[in-house]
Design a protein around this ligand. Structure first.
Ligand code: GLY
Length: 316
């Protein structure tokens, strides 16, 4: 990797930059996976600027994506499992080690806020399935009707023509939002939310609600989040691995690259697998790396909010 500094330009919200290692940190800073990260970052920064905490910011940011009707991989409009039911996974974590998550939950518009309630209002870290739904009702979350969005219904009907179960990841059918952020005092938090793999087996849970796989945050070191085929990320405890590599002295970029190498070494059929990681260390230095080209992320500072193409193990 090049070690050039990122020179701040007159970036606009839609500007595309190629990824460069950033060795001078910036705070506050928010990173989010994929194109939907741009409006999510804007919502998160808005919350932070309005006096919210970094935890409030990462919750607010991904709530925006959970409502995005154009998005087929986050929120209740996401593609369903192979029974035609949309089930959601989400997690949230603060830099002091507090965390909460929900998995395989139905009918809840904002699983990220439910994950936060698990963190704040229960002695547990994770609630799943019907238990998570019951807890949501207790907390006053409205239950949404279980109807597929028009786009998801159309895609599901097409999939059913062959019902081919092949968990291939690509940007079109799978693009979880993972968000990590640091405020100007160095407090960190992260959030991750998804409808998971399209046409998954009913009951399948991915990496996003699993602390250490889809998300990990530690104010002493840094934060990481993941996107892509969850099974491959769970197998290497991807986000925890990156934070621990940073603890041992790797830069965020080196840590993301090592996690991708580890993932590749533990998974066959790597041609069919996409996964990507984002990391920030406690100085506000960033890293990003993916298995294949095509992964991008949004980076927001107090000056700009821009899309950046991640580098990858396999080259275009
Ligand atoms: N990365 C999200 C999932 O596999 O469900």
């Amino acid at each position: 990797m090049s070690s050039a500094l990122l020179i701040p330009g007159v970036a606009t919200a839609c500007a595309q930059e190629s990824q460069k290692a950033v060795l001078v940190g910036e705070k506050p800073l928010i990173l989010s996976t994929w194109n939907h990260g741009l409006p999510a970052n804007a919502a998160a920064m808005g919350k932070l600027n309005a006096g919210g905490s970094i935890l409030d910011a990462v919750e607010e940011g991904v709530r925006d994506t959970e409502l995005d009707l154009a998005n087929l991989s986050v929120g209740l409009q996401g593609l369903p499992d192979r029974e035609g039911i949309t089930t959601l996974d989400a997690s949230i974590m603060t830099g002091d080690g507090n965390c909460g998550s929900v998995a395989f939950v139905r009918q809840i518009k904002h699983p990220i806020s439910l994950a936060r309630k698990v963190m704040e209002n229960t002695p547990h870290v994770m609630l799943a399935g019907e238990g998570a739904r019951q807890f949501a009702i207790m907390e006053g979350f409205p239950l949404e009707e279980e109807v597929l969005s028009p786009k998801a219904a159309e895609a599901y009907a097409k999939w059913k023509e062959t019902s081919q179960y092949k968990p291939i990841i690509n940007i079109e059918n799978h693009d979880t939002i993972g968000m990590i952020g640091i405020d100007s005092q160095g407090n960190m938090a992260g959030s991750c939310t998804t409808s998971g793999l399209a046409y998954k087996m009913h009951g399948r849970v991915g990496d996003s609600p699993i602390i250490g796989a889809g998300l990990y945050v530690d104010n002493e070191v840094g934060a990481a989040t993941a996107t892509g085929l969850g099974e491959t990320i769970i197998k290497i405890c991807g986000s925890f691995l990156i934070v621990e590599l940073m603890r041992q002295g790797r830069t965020p970029q080196e840590a993301c690259e090592e996690a991708v190498r580890r993932l590749i070494s533990k998974n066959k059929n790597i041609n069919d697998i996409q996964a990507g990681f984002l990391a920030i260390n406690k100085e506000g230095v960033t890293g990003a790396f993916a298995v294949h080209p095509g992964f991008n992320f949004a980076k927001a500072t107090s000056k700009e909010n821009v899309m950046i193409d991640s580098s990858s193990h396999f080259k275009p």
